[in-house]
Design a protein around this ligand. Sequence first.
Ligand SMILES: [Zn+2]
Length: 458
Amino acid sequence: MSDTAQHIALPLKYRPMTFDDVVGQEHVVKTLRHAIEAGRVANAYLFIGPRGIGKTTLSRIFAKALNCQNPRGVEPCGECVNCREIAAGRSLDVTELDAASHNKVDDVKPIIETVGFKPASSRYKIYIIDECHMLSSAAWNALLKTLEEPPPHVRFIFATTEGDKVLPTIISRCQRFDLRRIQTNDIVSRLRHVCDCEGIVAEEDALLAIARGAEGGMRDALSSLDQLISFKGDKVTEEDALGVFGLVSRAALETLAGAILSGDTAQILSSIEVFDSAGKNMRRLSGELLQHFRNLVVVQALGPGAKSLTATPDQIKVLVEQAKSVDAGRVFRICDQIADMEDKLRYVLSVRTLIEMSLIRASRIATTATIEELMRAVRALRTDGGAANIEIRMPQKAAPAQATVEAASPSPEPQSAACESAKSSGAINRHDILNDDKLNDILSIFPGSTIVDIKETR
Ligand SMILES: [Zn+2]
C-alpha cells in the first residue's frame, strides 16, 4: 500500500458496487435482477439478516440500479450523476433513514410529506430505512397509509437485523428477503482477492482465521484484515490473525476433534490445557468444535463436494479422513453433547472444567457402540450360526445400570466397582438373549441406555 495515498478503510474500498460484486447472497441478487429486467419492481422490499452481511450495500446497489441513467443490463453504471450521488449519500431522490437513532413520528414525517412529489432527476423516489424494527409503533402507523397505497414513483427498502420484531402488517406489504451469513470459504476467497489487489502476502490459514473470527460478516472480516495489515505490515500469518480473535489454530482444533473421535482422553486434556493457558476464547472453541462436527456430518451424509459444507479445501481433506473412522450415528451424538455443553457454558463459572468433562464424555460417546451397531453384530452372529453370549449385567436395586448397559447420565463413580459388584451378585449371562424382542425389553428397562459390551462365546 502506498504511504502517500490517503488510506481508505478496506470495507469501504472493497464495498460491492454492482450486483455482481455481492458475495454470498445469490438468491436475493437473482430475484432483484429479475424484477428489474422484467419491469416488475415491488413497492417495498424488506431485507433481513445479521449485521455486516451487506443489507445496506445491497439497498444502495438496488437504488442505483433503479435510478441509473445508463444501466448496463440491470447493473448500475456507477458513473452517472445519479449513481455517484447515491453512492455519496446525497441524492435528492434517495433518502436514507437510520431508524436506530431516528425512530419517532417526527423522523418519518419528512417521508410522508415528500412522497407526493415527483422525483427531481430520477425515475423513482426511493426511501431506504435501516434498522426499521426500531421505528416506534406510532412511526409505523404514520407510514402505514403510504405503504398501503404508495404513489407509482415511490419505492421503499427496509433493512433490519431483527425480522421478528417487524409487525406482520408491514411484512405483508413488502417483498421479504432473508440474507444469509456469508460462508467462510466465500469470505476467504474475497479476502484473497483483496490481498492480491493490495499486494499483501497472507497465509491461507490466516485468511481462514479472519473469516472464522468474522462469523459470516464480510464487513467485519475486511475490518480485521485492515487492522492486521496496519499492525503487521504486508505479511499476514495465521498466528497474527488467531491472536486478534483469541481463536485456536485450524490444526489444533482438528487435533482436538481427532482426539474426541478416537477417545484419547490424554490428548483432550492436554489440548484444553494449552488453549486455556494461551488465553484462547473457550466459548468460541466450543462453537467451532460444533461447527467441525457439523461439517463431519455433512461430509458423511453428502460427501466432500456438498454445497452446505462451510470449509476450505484444507479443512475438507481432514474432514474426509475423519469421516472414514467413525459411524455417523456417533458423530450425531457428539454434536448433541457439544451443543448441550454450549448451552451450559452460559451459566457456569468454571468454563474449562465443563469443557474438559463434556469433551471426555463426548469422546466416550464416540467410542461406545450404538444400539444399531449392536443389533447388526447380533444379526451377524446369528447368521454365522455361532453361539453368542451377550452379557447384560443387571443392576442391584439401588445401583444404576452402570457396567455394561450405560445409563444416559452416568454417575461419576468409577465403573469398575459397579461392574465387579454386578458380576458377583447380579450378572446374568443369557444365551437366549439373541431374540431381538427380549433384548429390546431389557434395554427398555433403562431409558436412554446403550449397550457398551458384546462378547462372543468361543
Ligand atoms: Zn449510473
